[in-house]
Design a binder for this molecule. Structure first.
Ligand SMILES: [Zn+2]
Length: 326
């Protein structure tokens, strides 16, 4: 304070000698300069102050805040790495979430309530469709189109989306059998819950990229991250969800997408009966080396009733079905 006053007085004197006519203005200017400098100092020292009087203090706070947020983020990253792996997927990645109670679902009672019994026609024809011995399959049959890491979706593949309910969509040709299955389950006391039917390509891309980024940020090389991500989220362009033939299904009494669903009443019902309606457990337990995907008792693929009956009856995968019957 004293030094500043002396400097002020000295400068004042110098100025008064040089331009005595402007002396008063110089004193005012110096005083303002002093106030300006002391303000800067004060806000830096107060630290918690939200009042940014000067540009200097604004820059100071800016730096301090970004440093603080970086510190917090890196702390979360290292300490909750394994926890966040599941948790931050919850909203967008039904393939990997642990609790679906926060995402959109539609249940058997939702659908059947709104249909008011109009699906009864569907259930009557879910019996064996025709003479089973004479059934032949073609690689061009839309129901059995093979989509996996080695067989990406053909660029000219087309289909029409139909609405299951609300924003839930899938290939419109699947819907009658899907309704029938939900009604059949309900008759057996199982209220199925659809939580992820059709996903468009950009959404699949986003889910996949997020997984890769997560693994690379943990120190994995890009190639390793890509491979690891591909075991949990289907590589974009190779997901059956993108062509509206895959539907993730759970029940209203078990809101987790994990292997445990297979042990529930609904999981068992689906494993036992879904083929009657043209659906298969697409990634069965013990077939991971063939499908390239971990066991997913909630992921159902529509293949049509004829193929489903064979696939379920022989406990094979769609890949094995292709090898044997096509
Ligand atoms: Zn799925």
């Amino acid at each position: 304070m004293m030094i500043l006053s002396i400097v002020l007085l000295t400068l004042d004197r110098v100025w008064s000698v040089i331009r005595s006519g402007y002396r008063k203005y110089v004193v005012v200017a110096m005083t303002l300069l002093f106030a300006f400098v002391s303000c800067s100092f004060s806000s830096v020292i107060w630290d918690g102050s939200e009042h940014d009087f000067t540009e200097a203090s604004a820059v100071y706070y800016e730096t301090e805040r970004s440093d603080a947020s970086l510190a917090v983020e890196s702390e979360v990253d290292t300490e909750t790495l394994t926890m966040s792996d599941d948790e931050d997927e919850e909203e967008d990645d039904p393939e990997n979430i642990s609790d679906v109670s926060t995402i959109d679902t539609v249940s058997g009672t939702d659908i059947l309530g709104s249909l008011a019994g109009s699906v009864n026609d569907g259930i009557s024809d879910h019996e064996d469709p025709s003479g089973e011995d004479e059934i032949s399959f073609s690689r061009d049959d839309w129901e059995i189109v093979l989509v996996n890491k080695n067989h990406p979706i053909a660029e000219d593949y087309t289909f029409t989306l139909g609405t299951i309910k609300g924003s839930m969509k899938c290939d419109e040709r699947v819907i009658p059998d899907l309704y029938s299955m939900m009604e059949g389950a309900l008759a057996d006391g199982v209220n199925l819950l659809i939580c992820s039917p059709y996903r468009d390509d950009s959404r699949q891309q986003m889910l996949f990229n997020r997984k890769v980024t997560k693994y690379t940020s943990q120190g994995m090389s890009y190639m390793d991250a890509y491979k690891t991500a591909a075991q949990a989220v289907t590589i974009p362009g190779t997901s059956e969800h993108e062509i509206g033939l895959a539907i993730d299904i759970i029940s209203d009494s078990y809101s987790s997408l994990n292997a445990g669903f297979g042990e529930t009443k609904a999981g068992k019902w689906l494993a036992e009966h879904s083929f009657e309606y043209g659906f298969i457990v697409r990634y069965p337990e013990g077939k991971e080396d063939i499908t390239g995907i971990e066991y997913e008792p909630w992921h159902f693929r529509y293949v049509g009733r004829n193929a489903a009956k064979i696939i379920a009856g022989e406990s094979i995968t769609l890949e094995e079905f292709w090898e044997k019957y096509l």
